[in-house]
Write a new protein. Structure first.
Length: 465
């Protein structure tokens, strides 16, 4: 028979304390391992489900699932999948649906250093697709994803949003936006023609989407010309509407600038304002009257600056550029006057006149005595020379080719000589120092049997007396 002995109890009971600690630790460790295993296996199972903000809690073999699902079917399926994980005894359902976005709006905005995605997206796959599309047009700038999940996206939302992001790549700055199925765009196109390219691309929007507003602006349409008397060049740069306009402007420049080499850096691009070619030709004509100068056309604004060859020309250019431009165009002329060159003796004047008229011809309207505007640059250079020999008398002789009646040719040559004399008189040359005369066909310098010869015979000559 066993008997209780107090002394013996005092010997073995202290060993119970570490034994209890070991037992509790073993139970806790084993339980924690089971819960971790259930949590990990449940999380792995739910990777097949489309959920957001998923949170799994395990107590023993009981599991609490909290998440946001994108459909009622998806929510029920996730709970069911969690319940089928081996070892799970009970699932407490704390799932809910992603909130409905009303109205369903989305936007993408390009700033200087960021491309920002905002608004609602229906699914994680959509979010990834839009972020990838944004990276494709971002050009290395930061992508800021501020999108949130929301239900209620219109059908074919993904395709519409991707197409709009692609248009954002054509903008220097701006925003594209969807409000339901209504599309809005605003900003500045990166290149000329970008606005038109965007408008064309919007024709590919999915069925049901419509453009509510397209406020994309085109960059300025720039055409420039610089006259350099030292290098004797006229440099053309910027854009022209098409190849035909390009060729026409180069031809006009060659008629107007008799002494300059044409440096052609132009390229063709759509987006030109109406009547661009007419405005450019008129502005080039006024530039040809300057000793040195520059021309800048930005959309419908023309700015001309430089040095006129004499004071009257400066006044004429300041007041005359605007009226030559098409309606709706604006002009600004910052014109000073080149310092006058010193006077020279008649022999030098004669040499200078000969050099100028050897490089260019004064042109008239066919069969008339009206001077073509292409010749004003040459005429102003002739005026500058005439101002350097104020005491000389200038004989201005008109000549024609052999076509037509002799008497009519004589009269025409006289009228043309007088038109040139009138131009010089208005420029400040004393009228009593000008002697216009006509010789008709009587003094040819070339054969009248060819068109080239006839062109040489139709001329104005200056003689210093």
């Amino acid at each position: 028979m066993w008997t209780f002995e107090p002394g013996l109890m005092r010997k073995w009971w202290p060993g119970l304390v570490p034994l209890a600690v070991i037992w509790v630790a073993a139970a806790w460790t084993q339980g924690g391992a089971v819960e971790r295993d259930l949590r990990e296996r449940t999380a792995a199972t739910l990777k097949e489900a489309v959920l957001d903000k998923t949170r799994i809690e395990v107590a023993g073999r009981d599991l609490t699932l909290a998440a946001e699902a994108f459909s009622e079917e998806g929510r029920r399926s996730a709970v069911a999948m969690a319940g089928l994980v081996p070892g799970v005894r009970l699932v407490t359902d704390r799932t809910r649906l992603v909130p409905r976005a009303e109205p369903f709006t989305w936007s993408a905005q390009r700033e200087v250093a960021r491309l920002i995605l905002r608004g609602s997206v229906p699914l994680p796959a959509t979010r990834s697709r839009l972020a990838e599309a944004a990276r494709g047009v971002a050009g290395g700038v930061e992508i800021a994803d501020e999108m949130a999940f929301g239900r209620g996206a219109p059908p074919r939302f993904d395709a519409a949003a991707v197409l709009l992001i692609e248009q954002l790549g054509r903008l220097k700055e701006g925003q594209v936006q969807l409000a339901g199925t209504q599309v809005s765009l605003a900003g500045m196109a990166r290149e000329l023609g970008g606005r038109e390219a965007i408008a064309a691309a919007l024709g590919g929007l999915p069925e049901g989407f419509t453009v509510a507003e397209n406020a994309v602006r085109a960059p300025p349409y720039i055409f420039q010309a610089n006259k350099d008397p030292v290098a004797a060049t006229l440099t053309l740069s910027g854009v022209v509407p098409d190849n035909a306009s390009h060729a026409a402007l180069i031809a006009a420049a060659r008629r107007k600038f008799f002494n300059e080499k044409i440096v052609d850096n132009l390229k063709a691009s759509i987006g030109a304002p109406a009547n661009f070619a007419a405005a450019a030709a008129a502005a080039l004509g006024e530039l040809s009257r300057l000793s040195t100068g520059s021309l800048v056309m930005s959309d419908r604004t023309v700015k001309l600056s430089g040095d006129a060859l004499y004071p009257v020309a400066a006044e004429q250019i300041r007041g005359g550029l605007g009226p030559q431009l098409p309606q709706g165009w604006q002009a600004g002329a910052d014109i000073s006057v080149k310092p006058p060159a010193g006077n020279v003796d008649p022999a030098i004047c004669q040499q200078l006149f000969g050099e100028l008229l050897g490089k260019g011809r004064i042109l008239f309207e066919s069969g008339r005595a009206a001077i073509e505007r292409d010749s004003v640059g040459l005429l102003d250079n002739l005026v500058e020379v005439a101002l350097r020999c104020p005491q000389a008398t200038l004989v201005i002789a008109g000549h024609t080719d052999a076509d037509g009646d002799d008497q009519a040719n004589m009269a025409l040559s006289e009228r043309r000589a007088k038109a040139v004399a009138d131009y010089l008189a208005k420029a400040g040359i004393a009228a009593d120092h000008l002697k216009p005369v006509g010789y008709g066909r009587s003094r040819p310098v070339a054969s009248n049997d060819s068109e080239d010869g006839k062109a040489l015979n139709r001329r104005i000559e200056f003689t210093v007396e």
